[in-house]
Design a protein around this ligand. Structure first.
Ligand code: E4P
Length: 223
């Protein structure tokens, strides 16, 4: 399973890259706007840190404008993946750009039918949003499970990118569902490392090790 970071923060991306577990980055207009930086400059900076796929979202409701933006985004970085919404205009834009060899991430996917439409136009990624469905008392992960099953049934090559993940159990569930990728907020990625027994176990190992070193030192000075 690949791990993408769901962020526009260069500091977070640098940290995850140094951990050695970063396979790519997803951005969206809300995440980019938090950084207060020019869009192109930000994406270029991200591309200087990771060679993995970087999802860059279009900001129009009209297919023609999405296509124009997408064509520009791929000149910013060779690893840019153009994000379009799962609307009729977004799917139309995906279909046009797909024929030009531009890789597409169909985002804001909340149903298996939207995921099916994304696959039919040859999207590179499909992004079912888990947390936002959970927020309205639906089982968000079910869309991931259904999408994985439907794609397997027909041999669709679109990769399932589980998005809007809000806590570590979402990552486990997405992995169990067979999602190809989890895009994870930085705070959740940090939580993946955490287990209280790891902390206490490590503390005890190091304390015992220090005790042994002190004992050996004492023996050495006695001789
Ligand atoms: C995915 O590409 C989106 O950027 C993201 O996962 C949305 O997450 P949210 O619902 O927590 O905003």
């Amino acid at each position: 399973m690949q791990f993408f970071l769901d962020t526009g923060s260069l500091e977070e991306i640098r940290t995850a890259q140094a951990w050695g577990i970063l396979d790519g980055v997803t951005t969206n207009p809300s995440l980019v706007s938090k950084e207060g930086m020019d869009h192109k400059a930000l994406i270029r900076e991200i591309a200087s840190i990771t060679s993995g796929p970087i999802s860059v979202e279009t900001t129009s409701e009209r297919a023609e404008e999405m296509v124009a933006q997408g064509r520009e985004y791929v000149t910013w970085a060779p690893n840019a993946i153009v994000k379009v919404p799962a609307t009729a205009e977004g799917i139309k834009a995906a279909s046009i750009m797909g024929k030009e060899g531009i890789r597409i991430n169909v985002t804001l996917v909340f149903s298996p039918n939207q995921a099916l439409l994304a696959a039919k136009v040859g999207a590179y990624f499909v992004s079912p949003f888990v947390g936002r469905l959970d927020d309205i008392s639906e089982d968000g992960m079910q869309v991931v499970r259904d999408t994985v099953q439907i794609y397997r049934n027909f041999g669709f090559r679109t990769k399932v990118l589980a998005a809007s993940l809000r806590h570590p159990i979402h990552v486990v569930e997405a992995a169990k569902a067979g999602a190809d990728i989890a895009t994870i907020p930085f705070k959740v990625m940090e939580q993946l490392f955490k287990h209280p027994l790891t902390d206490t176990g490590q503390e005890r190992f190091l304390a015992d090790w220090r005790k042994l070193q002190a004992e050996l030192e004492r023996k050495k000075t006695k001789v």
